[in-house]
Ligand binder design. Structure first.
Ligand code: GLT
Ligand code: MN
Ligand code: MN
Length: 388
C-alpha cells in the first residue's frame, strides 16, 4: 500500500553494520558475502532511507592508509549528495580489536584508554566532516566476567574521565553533535557497566558537561534486561535526555537478537512508536538490528523495507488509537481531576500540608471507581489485530 512507503521525510536510518551484517554468530561462520560500505549507503539511499550511521571501521577499514582513507571520504561525500542521504550518527568501534579485550575507557591499562580516546577523537573529526548530528557511545567491552579483577566504582570513574575529556574536546573543536550513551546489560561481556537507561541517566548528571550528553536506548537491550522499553524511552524523554533511539525487536531475557523491528511484542513496540510520534520526535527513527542469518542479500533489503513498513503501519495504528472514540472516552473517564486538591499537592506550603492533613477522605468510595482497562486493552488489541 502506497501509504506505507517510506519517504525521506520519515527520517528512517540504519547502521551500516546492520545491512553489512554477514550472519556470523558465536557458533557459526558468515552466511553472506561482504557488502562494501559505499554500495551499502547507495542501496539505503535508493530505498528512501534518510540517514546512515557508521562506526569508524565500518567505513574506513581498520589500519587503512591515509590515501585510502581520503579516497573513501571523498566517495562517501559524493554518494551522500547523489543519493540524498545524510550521515545521521557516528560512533567508534571500541569492541572488535583484541586490544579492547578488557575494555576501552575502563581498561586497567592507561595505554589502552588513551588509544581509545585517540580513536574516538579521530572519528569525531570525520563525523563532524560528514555532518553527523549525534555521536553514540556503546561500551560493549566496558564490563567484566571476573569481579575480582575490576571494581565497578573505579570503572565508572574511568568512564567519566573519558567522557569529560571527549566533551571538552568536542567543545574546543566546535563540533555540533550531541553525545548519546547506549546502555546494554551484558554481551559481549558477562556484565556491562551502565547496564540500563536508568544507570546512564544517573551517570550523565555526574559529568562536567551534562547538557551535551543523553541516552541512546535500544529496544533489544531494554528487553534483554526484562524491562519495558516503552517505559525506558519515556523516562529518557521526560528527562530531556532522549538523544537517539535504536529500534529493533527482541524476545525478553535472551542474548541480543537484533530482530527486525516489529517482529516481536507488537503492543510494546506500538507504544514506542506512539511515544515518538505523539511527541514529534525530531531525531531519526533509527534501526539497529540484523537480518536473519538464513537470509541472502535480497533478504537484507527485504529486512530494511520490512522495518520501515512496520513502523509506518504502527504509526497508522497510533493515529487510529488517538482518533478512536471508544478509547478516548475510556481514557477521559479514568483521568479524574480536582483542581483544588491538585493545587494543594502541586507546590508544598506548610499551610497546604496542614489543610491536607485535615482533609477527609473516603478511601472505600474512592476505590469503587471503575477503571475499564479490560475494555481499553481489548480495543487496542483489536485495533492492532486489524479488526477495529
Ligand atoms: C553493536 C551493538 C549495538 C550498538 C552499535 C553501536 S554496535 O551492534 O549491539 O547495539 O548500537 O556501537
Ligand atoms: Mn544491540
Ligand atoms: Mn544499538
Amino acid at each position: 500500500m502506497a501509504a506505507f512507503t517510506p519517504k525521506k521525510e520519515h527520517r528512517f536510518s540504519f547502521g551500516l553494520w546492520c545491512t553489512a551484517n554477514r550472519g556470523r554468530d558465536p557458533f557459526g561462520e558468515e552466511t553472506r558475502d561482504r557488502l562494501d560500505p559505499l554500495t551499502n549507503i547507495k542501496e539505503l539511499g535508493k530505498r528512501n532511507v534518510y540517514g546512515f550511521n557508521y562506526h569508524d571501521d565500518d567505513l574506513i577499514p581498520f589500519g587503512a592508509s591515509l590515501q585510502q582513507r581520503n579516497k573513501i571520504i571523498k566517495e562517501t561525500k559524493k554518494i551522500i549528495k547523489d543519493y540524498a542521504i545524510v550521515c545521521s550518527m557516528a560512533t567508534t568501534n571500541l569492541f572488535y580489536h583484541r586490544v579492547f579485550k578488557d575494555g576501552a575507557f575502563t581498561s586497567h591499562d592507561p595505554h589502552v584508554r588513551a588509544y581509545a580516546l585517540q580513536k574516538v577523537m579521530k572519528n569525531m573529526e570525520l563525523g563532524a566532516e560528514l555532518g553527523a548530528k549525534t555521536y553514540v557511545f556503546w561500551g560493549g567491552r566496558e564490563g567484566a566476567e571476573v569481579d575480582a579483577a575490576k571494581t565497578p566504582g573505579e570503572a565508572i570513574k574511568r568512564y567519566r574521565e573519558c567522557m569529560n575529556f571527549l566533551c571538552a574536546h568536542a567543545r574546543r573543536q566546535g563540533y555540533g553533535f550531541r553525545f548519546a550513551i547506549e546502555p546494554k546489560p551484558n554481551e559481549p561481556r558477562g556484565d556491562i557497566f551502565l547496564a540500563t537507561a536508568g544507570h546512564v541517566l544517573a551517570f550523565i548528571e555526574t559529568l562536567d558537561d551534562p547538557e551535551r550528553v543523553g541516552v541512546n536506548p535500544e529496544i533489544e537491550h531494554s528487553r534483554m534486561a526484562g524491562l519495558n522499553t516503552y517505559h525506558d524511552f519515556a523516562q529518557c524523554m521526560e528527562a530531556g535526555k532522549l538523544y537517539h533511539v535504536d529500534l529493533g525487536a527482541q524476545k525478553p531475557n535472551r542474548f541480543d537478537q537484533d530482530l527486525r523491528f516489529g517482529s516481536e511484542d507488537l503492543k510494546e513496540t506500538f507504544f514506542v512508536v506512539k511515544l515518538l510520534e505523539d511527541h514529534g520526535w525530531a531525531g531519526t527513527r533509527n534501526f539497529d538490528e540484523h537480518p536473519y542469518r538464513s537470509e541472502n542479500e535480497q533478504g537484507v533489503w527485504d529486512f530494511v523495507e520490512g522495518s520501515m513498513r512496520s513502523y509506518l503501519i504502527l504509526w497508522e495504528k497510533v493515529k487510529r488509537f488517538n482518533a478512536d472514540k471508544k478509547i478516548q472516552q475510556i481514557l477521559k473517564s479514568v483521568h479524574n481531576s480536582d483542581p483544588a486538591l491538585e493545587l494543594l499537592m502541586g507546590r508544598y506550603t506548610p499551610e497546604g500540608a496542614e489543610k491536607l492533613k485535615r482533609h477527609s477522605f473516603d478511601p472505600m468510595a474512592l476505590s469503587k471507581k471503575r477503571l475499564p482497562y479490560e475494555e481499553l486493552d481489548q480495543r487496542l488489541q483489536e485495533l492492532l489485530l486489524g479488526v477495529a
